[in-house]
Design a protein around this ligand. Sequence first.
Ligand SMILES: [Mn+2]
Length: 488
Amino acid sequence: MAPQQDPIERFLSQAGEASKVILEVAQKGGFIHVFSHLDADGIAAAGVMGKALARLDAKFRIRITQQLDEKIIDEIIGDKPQLVILTDFGSGYLDMLQQKLPSSKVLVLDHHQVNGTISNPNFVQVNPHVFGIDGASNVSGSGIAYFVAKAASQANVDLAPIALVGALGDMQDKYDQRSMQSLNEIIVNDGVAAGLLKVEKDLTFFGRETRAIHKTLATTTNPFIPGLSGEEDKALVFLSNLNIPIKQGEKWRALRDLTDEERKRLCSALADHLLSKGLHLAVENLIGYVYTLTKEEPNTALRDGREFAVLLNSTGRMDRPSLGIAICMGDRKAALEESNKILEDYRKNINKYLGWVNEKPERLRELQNIYVINGESFINEKIIGTVSSIIVSSLANNEKPLIAFANVEKEQAAKFSARTTEAAIRKGVNLGEVMHLASDTYGGKGGGHNIAAGAQVPIDKVELFVKSVDELIGKQLRGEKLAGNDNA
Ligand SMILES: [Mn+2]
């Protein structure tokens, strides 16, 4: 199967096929259902698709769910849509979808690993993995939605910044100095050419648009800065020693408010500080690409791509995804004000959960090949993924994946979130494969990416599942092939 054509061209031509289906159904006045995933990327994907459909005067509705299961598919069937569009999920469930939706038109716009094959001619899948493009780092759900929207109408190029926000939400900025590559790079270039994005090198600390500088320094964990990370008082002293004022009148200054000269002073002082602690590698992580949405108001979370992503994520996790979608579709008044409040509550929750895990050492168990956190019914199952993403970067052994779970009481199930690092990936770990296989064995469902994956498992199978994950990861680390792997 030697591809004659460039993978990117083949991907784009498949996006063109999907756009034809949308145009056809919209023209006939057909009813379109968009289903998308609950995280920042899923919400951005739904927003991109929603805007594109609104521009076609299409009849549509959008629903956001945490996962795709048979119950949700049954609800879709009940509404008899002429077209179902799945964004940011679907590729893991091709068999179930085809079985349940034999006669509807279905678009699967997903970047997760593919399970099963498509035999129904009513199904069109746009997934980078099919073309040998890495879906974990080269395009996200929002990006795929963007390429389909752009194929439908060139006017949708103004959605490039939203597509980029989704990719940042999925942490696809993992190339040199946090740059983007492949399909994501095309999105960035589109946004820059349209005058909607500015890409520049700066300190990549989170909160450059909205957070007081000393807080930005104290909350930065990538890189971790000993003596500053987690210590606001020391960050204040550090800035004062550099003669960098932290306030302008009554207002706290954010990183974006620094003059070029102050910024240089801060960078070199931070570099010296890290070098004095022997952290040569961390110095390289200080500076990277930052993505500014130039049409957004300064000092708002929407101005910085990474902050925008966190805001979208918080609306989903706090059960208000429609706010996030409204923002992606252009709403800036009530929706923005409200989502700022949601973001604040979300941050409070995360801090509460991190505090809870740290309160007792036994809440972070270490097995042979993995770490395990049992969030019981204390950690909200919708936020367990965020909690594991934060904790995995602070673990003593960064080659051991972290598996965290919380109870979903009304379904008598546990929701698992698995996270690991590039170091473990290089040793052969693939969490998507492990979560898929182990959940399959114990009557659950799971899958995802090599570096981040999830599963839902019946509550009485939790211990067996954890044991199985530990063993499967062990096999991957020893270079053994896992049985039953049907991934492409
Ligand atoms: Mn995604």
